[in-house]
Design a binder for this molecule. Structure first.
Ligand code: ADP
Length: 187
């Protein structure tokens, strides 16, 4: 199973992805975590990425495509995985589709976590106080929502043509949403 979690920033992809990965025994690949880790350790990739992340902009595909390729090539990602935070652009989606197709695999489920903009902003603002993420400032939050609408939301239509998109209302409790995802995924 290759499951893509799609949804705006603050929709709960990380939270639900963790629950799902543990239940299914699959690795979760999270580009945001990889980039934040790189930024913390101050690698050249990390320092470049941090500028974009702090502004709420996407890290350019010239950087991300290589990162995704490396992650998909890892032994633990051969039999299935949960993708959290990527693909996020058309070029990233093409790379993922092509890489899986070359291995006679495909994205089996695209889970669209659906939350209103108003609720997203509220969640990110309250998270800002708890986690201290440097991109949870009001300006960066606004930019991230705009970037999501412009660059990532079009992927919904891309995947919808294949009939494997499942819209999950993601405003209940964490447990309710996890239960709904379990029903959609069938285990
Ligand atoms: P959120 O979805 O809440 O914004 P993420 O942790 O997924 O949080 O992403 C944080 C930031 O990391 C993004 O705003 C972007 O700068 C960068 N990022 C993460 N994944 C990608 C990706 N696949 N392509 C480009 N940038 C990414």
């Amino acid at each position: 199973m290759f499951i893509l979690l799609l949804g705006a920033p603050g929709a709960g992809k990380g939270t639900q992805g963790k629950i799902l990965a543990e239940r299914l025994g699959l690795p979760k690949i999270t580009t945001g975590d990889i980039l934040r880790q790189a930024a913390r350790t101050g690698t050249p990739l990390g320092s470049e990425a941090k500028r974009y992340m702090d502004a709420g902009k996407l890290v350019p595909d010239t950087v991300i495509l290589g990162l995704i390729k490396d992650e998909l090539a890892k032994p633990q990602a051969q039999g299935g995985a949960i993708f959290d935070g990527f693909p996020r652009t058309a070029a990233q989606a093409e790379l993922v589709d092509r890489t899986l197709a070359e291995r006679q695999q495909r994205l089996t489920h695209v889970l669209l976590l659906d939350v209103s903009d108003e609720e997203l902003v509220k969640r990110m603002q309250s998270r800002a106080g708890i986690e201290g993420r440097s991109d949870d400032t009001p300006e960066a939050i606004r930019t991230r929502l705009q970037v999501y609408q412009r660059d990532t939301a079009p992927l919904i239509a891309h995947y919808a043509t294949r009939g494997n998109v499942h819209r999950v209302p993601a405003t209940g409790t964490i447990d309710d949403i996890a239960t709904e995802i379990k029903r959609v995924v069938g285990q």
